[in-house]
Design a protein around this ligand. Sequence first.
Ligand code: NAD
Length: 428
Amino acid sequence: MADKSFNAFAMAQQQFDRVAEMLGLDQATRDLLRNPDREFQFNVPVRMDDGSMKIFRGFRVQHNDARGPCKGGIRFHPQETVDTVRALATWMTWKCAVVNIPLGGGKGGVICDPHHLSQREQEGLCRGWVQQVAGYIGPVQDVPAPDVMTNGQHMLWMMDEYEKIHRGHFPGMITGKPLGMGGSEGRTEATGYGVVYTLREALKRKGVDIAKTTASFQGFGNVSQYGVDLYTKLGGRAICVSSWDQADQTSYTFKKTSGIDLQELQGMADRFGGIDKAKAKAAGYEVLPGDAWIEQDVDILLPCALENQVNATTVKKIGKRVKFMAEGANGPTTPEADEILFANGVYTIPDFLCNAGGVTCSYFEQVQCNMNYFWPKDEVLERLDAIMTKAFHGVADLAEAQNVHMRDAAYMIAIQRVAEACRLRGRV
Ligand code: NAD
């Protein structure tokens, strides 16, 4: 499924260059912001269960910290590349800026497939990753979080290793921790719910009743599941999700026109969000090819799996009825596809605005850790909704006023905020 010719970082730079030009940014600011401030690439040796040593390749990229400590997840993925990590770190800078939280952008990763690693081997990988960058991450420098195929347990192993090295308690050094261990209520829901808060506002702006809409989701992981959850609670009908099938090494779409049942599908999914085909078929789901999610006759598409899913080829498969796209994943749409979506009048909520709920809640987690006082879930979600709603309308207002893509408007706001912080600090 991974397209080797696709370079996420080239795409992130292309998006930046376009808006830098629109804003008339000076050359020094362009040079500073189109490349990361710092990058770490390193080996992580892990003793495997069979006694052998295996060397994994790890990354941490710090794109920009002018507005606050770098913030961004760590992905465990067999196709991870440093360019993907660079792109994601860059997008984190814009993401934190567009929702106006005092953080910069970072991202990390390890080339590995956790499906084939025992818990003990994964623990070794987490601890080894921290050992390599312990001097450069931390509550006031760079704060990691979970991302694709990493979770709260991974974060706790990483925190424990960091605290052993630095001899103290530093719960604000990492987010996405389990509840009761410095985690925040609402963090699990935050990204998926945030996606739907922005979608809800987009529909309101266009005078569409969410209860009369249908949607197709790509992916069935954290973002997609909570996206389906809130979208359904608000009255929408989700008819498709898709997921990666580890045994077949391909993805499948699971469809039920009357509306999928989230809890039923959750009962058939492994911990990585892969859905069991046989059980789904028995429960009345159509099992279709992986890319079928995009060609459904729905009002809303929600790519919530990987980057480069809506590209020059797949964009042609999008049905005429689709009028909204909420990008739960990072970088799901290429610039070529973006132009076509804009021309076709598809209202796109760009990734770094749409999926900023996760980092916003991570910011809340840090704030709560620093106070050592934790808010109830309702309060977390209320604050999250307020931030997402305000950020969404700020972008939508600018897009309308200047008749530009939502993505360009979001970039304009974010880049201006970061450029101003760099200027005030005397970095440009
Ligand atoms: P996850 O690991 O929980 O789930 C990923 C899902 O995608 C799984 O259901 C998996 O089966 C599916 N998948 C993997 N490869 C696929 C393929 N080729 N085709 C179809 N489905 C495939 O990950 P997540 O946390 O839900 O993240 C999904 C996306 O959202 C990523 O782009 C991530 O960077 C982005 N994101 C996540 C968060 C967060 O808080 N989790 C925040 C912001 C952005």
